[in-house]
Design a protein around this ligand. Structure first.
Ligand SMILES: NC(=O)c1ccc[n+]([C@@H]2O[C@H](COP(=O)([O-])OP(=O)(O)OC[C@H]3O[C@@H](n4cnc5c(N)ncnc54)[C@H](OP(=O)(O)O)[C@@H]3O)[C@@H](O)[C@H]2O)c1
Length: 299
């Protein structure tokens, strides 16, 4: 039987590259990059600007996707604050034009949104919690959701994730922490920034289950528990055999950044666990998988 066609936007990014790698044996994949050419063995890739309606129409017409994982975005929170036009273009207009192209194409759209659409004060947000974006990035991601829902049967995934970067982009948090610890450097870990982020390949496993169950609507994709960035960095140090004492506690308020941030982004995942009939991995279990999947591991 021929494989389903899977279109992955943002294939040169952190999430898109990992999903292409994780799903390449299950699907016939076309990955779209924009400014950074990228290849994954067993995956076709092409260049396109999704903020161009013509590019979106062409890709959908020629590739005829059954499923589209829309990972592309301008995801640099501080850059979104200063380059608002670019952020609007890449996050809102690109989603609008992609959705327009998919209308009538009988394709399942999975739109990757963010935990940052929630306010970040109380935490434990469910999909029913009214969003309260604190920065321009989150604002554009929320607008993008309202574009993606126009595609019948679309799934909107509010999430955050950690893992190994396969693409050309900058190192994600876990890799940066491990690099600093390996160099014997002291790092500050925020005790007041809470996340429920998921290990990347736990994310791809969940995504497959969500596709099998044809989930529709907004879902939080997150770990079963939540953790401060400080505790996370210490968990990484412990698991990878570095000195935990190199991670010192700090408050996020000591480091003013360009864009405001939501501090408590712990997510309630009961809707997802109920709909899929499964229990979700904890952050600690994700760290175990991160360790197991480390680059250069033998055996
Ligand atoms: N990283 C996180 O911690 C996090 C947390 C929550 C949610 N998210 C969401 O998850 C998704 C993936 O994030 P990520 O960390 O993988 O981002 P990333 O590494 O910065 O990658 C972004 C991708 O989007 C592509 N892109 C941007 N503008 C484009 C355009 N106009 N046309 C075509 N492609 C374009 C980029 O292509 P080029 O590089 O080739 O230009 C790149 O492949 C995003 O929707 C983000 O909002 C991320």
């Amino acid at each position: 039987m021929s494989k389903q066609h899977l279109l992955i936007t943002g294939v040169s990014g952190f999430l898109g590259s990992n999903l292409a790698y994780a799903l390449k044996d299950r699907f016939d994949i076309l990955g779209v990059y924009h400014a950074h050419p990228f290849a994954v063995s067993g995956v076709s890739t092409c260049q396109a600007d999704l903020a161009s309606p013509e590019d979106c129409q062409r890709i959908v017409r020629e590739f005829k996707p059954d499923v589209c994982l829309h990972c592309a975005a301008l995801a640099d929170i501080d850059r979104c604050e200063s380059a608002r036009e670019e952020a609007y273009r890449s996050n809102v207009e690109a989603t609008r034009f992609l959705t327009d192209a998919l209308l009538g194409a009988r394709c399942k759209l999975v739109h990757i949104s963010t935990d940052a659409v929630y306010g970040g004060e109380e935490g434990d947000y469910s999909e029913e919690t009214p969003p309260k974006p604190l920065n321009y990035y989150a604002h554009t991601k929320l607008l993008a959701e309202s574009e993606a829902v126009r595609c019948p049967g679309s799934l909107i995934v509010r999430t955050a994730f950690f893992g190994w970067n396969l693409g050309p982009g900058k190192k994600p948090l876990s890799e940066w922490v491990l690099g600093e610890l390996a160099a014997g450097k002291t790092i500050r870990g925020f005790t007041d920034v809470i996340t429920s982020f998921l290990y990347m390949f736990d994310f791809s496993d969940l995504l497959l289950k969500a596709l099998e169950s044809d989930l529709v609507g907004i879902f939080n994709f997150a770990s079963a528990d939540s953790i401060s960035k400080y505790a996370f960095a210490r968990a990484l140090a412990r698991r990878f055999g570095y000195d935990e004492g190199l991670v010192v506690p700090a408050s996020f308020d000591q480091f003013p950044l360009k864009a405001r941030r939501s501090k408590n982004l712990s997510l309630d995942t009961s809707k997802l666990t109920r709909e899929l009939g499964i229990s979700l991995p904890t952050v600690g279990q994700g760290v175990e998988r991160l360790f197991f999947d480390r680059p250069g591991r033998s055996g």
